[in-house]
Design a protein around this ligand. Structure first.
Ligand code: GCB
Length: 569
């Protein structure tokens, strides 16, 4: 659903009752969804009565010590009062629930959703009662081999109702969706559409941009759809000037007010152009984690913490790894002038041969694009990370996904990230046929950390499957525990700051050798929690490749990267 006015939304954030169900017994006791003891002496076992609370939004792992590594079911309950005005419609919206959600209202199932990082909603007109209502959500964050991501990944599997929950009241016929962005390849013309939903599909539509004195009128057809096309002399959005306009979309029955920016991102020859001019992507990788809290990030404050750190490093782009982050991240980045790379959690071990998995990929892509298509700050859709080319059906499935993405949105660049390029005799052989379908090549390489150097970094040679395409180094780096030093042997000792800094010094040399280099992106901004990182001395459940520690301390490599980005002005 297109963004609603604040007056139309009621937040269901706050304290929710929560029952942890490690044995999964709640499933066959579902009668208890509404059961509650009437008298003090009544027998009851399965009930929320007396249950402790969890905060929503929020992952459950960081809220109770015993849930730190919990993977399983938690049942949540929220009671709310509501009176729906006659003729209006009501929607229950979840920003995200990780990973699977079954949603019940007043004892009846509304539906389910799979996937931990994209929004979903249910219409509850006719289901919401006047007065008291009970909402129950069964959340399960167990990892699945046929999930997205699959079973194995290098971050903490934060479960729970991790983003906002809202009730949105809309008109009987409401503006369900719109897209307003610059037409591909142009700097002045907006192309898009408005979609109404309801019993009066054919209506007059007015679009206004008051600051430009622009008024555009059109009409929706019997299916509620209207195409849009108009031109104006926009001040274009850019990292230097992240200009956003107030845009008002009015139908006869509904109004939406949005803040929209206009920009053009494209590949021409071997360069990436922003608003017609070459741009070097000074990027950093970020996980959706508040490092100071060791918790899933979700709020504006969390976003500001992460994005201000990226700004201080000198970035103009953030790679939001490895899944679509919350809307606050995207909105704040756009306001601050940070371009956004948004990614699907099609990460490493994916079962591409399973048609159900391929269908999930398509659905998740639609959910990601639908949410952010009017955010000009989002300039790149990254559709996968480090999938194995030898997995049956992998390349066909990802090429098909690329085509689906292009059909949904032609105004952003599309890429896939790989780490399986051959590196022999100090030569990179970038061979993956997947790159033929993308706008530019993105590759992860950990030379100096997982893979030893095979010559001088400055002498590295390159062979590219698509020699004409821009190349982005989407990950590189190594681990260091902040404050680890060993005097003279520092540079040779893993996990010291000096060792990590040496990797960066070498990598900066390597960057000079990369043909068509369009940007670089260290892995990553802050140390973050990953149960897969078991080194008892240096890691202790943290991936330590951060330029900053989880307490925000700057490691030596931070200064090298900062200097590099300064000089890339
Ligand atoms: C990678 C992955 C990233 C890992 C990182 C590492 O290639 O894309 O998710 O966390 O390497 O630290 O090994």
């Amino acid at each position: 659903m297109a963004n609603a006015l604040p007056a139309q939304t009621t937040s269901l954030n706050g304290a929710w009752k929560a029952l942890v169900d490690p044995a999964g017994v709640g499933d066959w006791r579902q009668v208890w969804l509404e059961d509650k003891p009437q008298h003090k002496t009544d027998f009851f076992e399965y009930s929320f009565t007396g249950a402790p609370v969890l905060k929503v939004p929020g992952d459950f792992n960081s809220q109770r010590c015993e849930l730190t590594y919990y993977e399983g079911t938690v049942w949540y309950k929220k009671q709310f009062n509501y009176t729906l005005q006659h003729g209006k419609r009501l929607f229950l919206h979840f920003g995200a629930v990780n990973y699977a959600a079954d949603v019940y209202l007043n004892g009846s199932k509304l539906g389910s959703h799979e996937g931990g990082f994209t929004p979903f909603q249910f219409e509850i007109t006719g289901k919401v009662k006047a007065g008291a209502n009970a909402l129950v959500v069964k959340v399960n964050n167990i990892r699945h081999t046929d999930g997205l991501p699959g079973y194995g990944y290098d971050w903490l599997n934060y479960g729970g109702i991790s983003r906002d929950v809202e009730l949105t009241e809309r008109a009987g016929t409401y503006i369900e969706d719109y897209s307003i962005q610059l037409k591909k390849d142009g700097l002045h013309t907006v192309a898009g559409r408005v979609q109404l939903n309801g019993i009066q599909p054919a209506q007059h539509i007015t679009i206004r941009i008051p600051e430009l004195n622009l008024v555009y009128k059109t009409q929706t057809d019997e299916k509620g759809m209207a195409g849009i096309e108009f031109s104006a002399a926009f001040t274009l959005w850019s990292p230097e000037m992240p200009k956003l306009y107030k845009v008002v979309i009015e139908s006869e029955t509904d109004t939406v007010v949005a803040r929209v920016g206009f920009r053009c991102i494209e590949v021409k020859g071997n360069k990436i152009l922003l608003n017609g001019k070459p741009v070097f992507l000074k990027a950093v990788n970020i996980h959706e984690e508040n490092p100071y809290k060791g918790a899933r990030a979700w709020s504006k404050q969390d976003a500001d913490l992460l994005l201000n750190a990226a700004k201080e490093l000198g970035c103009n782009l953030v790679r939001l790894a490895h899944y679509p982050h919350n809307e606050n991240m995207v909105k704040e980045a756009e306001k601050m002038g940070l371009m956004v790379w948004s990614e699907l959690p099609i990460y490493q071990h994916i079962q591409f041969a399973d048609s159900a998995v391929r269908a999930k990929m398509g659905t998740m892509l639609e959910e990601m694009v639908r949410r952010d298509k009017n955010r000009c700050g989002v300039v790149i859709w990254s559709l996968s990370n480090e999938t194995y080319p030898g997995t049956p059906n992998r390349t066909e499935a990802l090429v098909a996904l690329t085509q689906q993405c292009r059909a949904l949105d032609s105004t952003r660049l599309i890429t896939h990230v790989t780490n399986t390029q051959r590196y022999q005799n100090n030569t990179f052989d970038v061979w993956d046929p997947l790159y033929q379908s993308c706008d530019f090549i993105s590759l992860n390489e950990y030379i100096g950390w997982y893979v030893p150097w095979q010559g001088k970094p400055a002498d590295t040679k390159w062979k590219l499957v698509c020699p004409e395409k821009p190349v982005f180094i989407s990950e590189f780096g190594g681990e260091a525990l902040y404050g680890s030093h060993y005097g003279k042997t520092d540079e040779a000792a893993y996990f010291t700051e000096a060792y990590q800094a040496k990797i960066y010094t070498d990598q900066l040399q390597l960057f000079n050798t990369v043909p068509n280099l369009c940007g670089v992106c260290p892995w990553l901004l802050f140390d973050y929690r990953s149960p897969a990182r078991m080194n008892p001395v240096y890691q202790q459940g943290y991936n330590r490749k951060g330029l900053l520690s989880d307490k925000g301390e700057k490691k030596r490599a931070w200064y090298l990267m900062h200097a590099y980005y300064q000089q890339k002005k």
